[in-house]
Design a protein around this ligand. Structure first.
Ligand code: SF4
Ligand code: SF4
Length: 173
């Protein structure tokens, strides 16, 4: 190695810094004012979905909990009645919890769900100050109702919402 080689290498490094400073677009996001767009298949914080009529898609079957490799999901089911209905079919999730400290965002719960109730969304803003706060309860996970009359539980016409899993036509994914 020549005596001037380190100086040359230093000069090349500085030139590279100047080149990216002048000629490349800025990649710094002014978070939290400016949020970064995520990829279409990004797996962020879970959401428990509702049908358009406001009923909850989750039927408390626990398949997501069984599929979870991190044992992060806890589900407890209770019986629906037409006087007090949360979801179509016999049962609903009276307790639904996900421990975000255990979750590895693999998406197995989403794949296992027969009603497409649990979905990993695009929200990456997860912060908590204690272990208890890291356990997201059903209230936090359930999406808001599409219309004011779609709240659950609610009284429905007898014998209408008997089917737990909707009929799906030509599933493609
Ligand atoms: S994303 Fe994976 S680890 Fe997280 S709750 Fe779902 S199945 Fe469990
Ligand atoms: S989220 Fe899906 S798999 Fe999990 S309990 Fe609810 S319906 Fe069953």
């Amino acid at each position: 190695m020549g005596v001037f080689d380190p100086v040359l290498e230093l000069g090349r490094g500085l030139l590279e810094t100047l080149r990216s400073f002048w000629f490349e677009p800025t990649v710094t996001y002014q978070y939290p004012e400016q949020k970064r767009e995520v990829r279409p298949r990004y797996r962020g914080r879970h959401v428990l979905k509702r049908y358009e009529n406001g009923l909850e898609k989750c039927i408390g079957c626990s398949l997501c909990a069984a599929a979870c490799p991190a044992d992060a999901i806890f589900v407890e089911a209770s019986e629906n009645t037409d006087e007090k209905r949360f979801s179509p079919g016999e049962r609903y999730a009276s307790t639904y919890e996900i421990n975000m400290l255990r979750c590895i965002y693999c998406g197995f719960c989403e794949d296992a769900c027969p009603t497409e109730a649990i979905v990993l969304g695009d929200n990456y803003e997860l912060s908590f100050l204690s272990r208890r706060e890291a356990v997201y309860t059903k209230d936090l996970l359930l999406e808001s109702v599409p219309t004011a009359d779609g709240l659950t539980p609610r009284k429905v016409e007898p014998g209408v919402f008997t089917r737990s899993v909707p009929e799906m036509k030509d599933p493609t994914d």
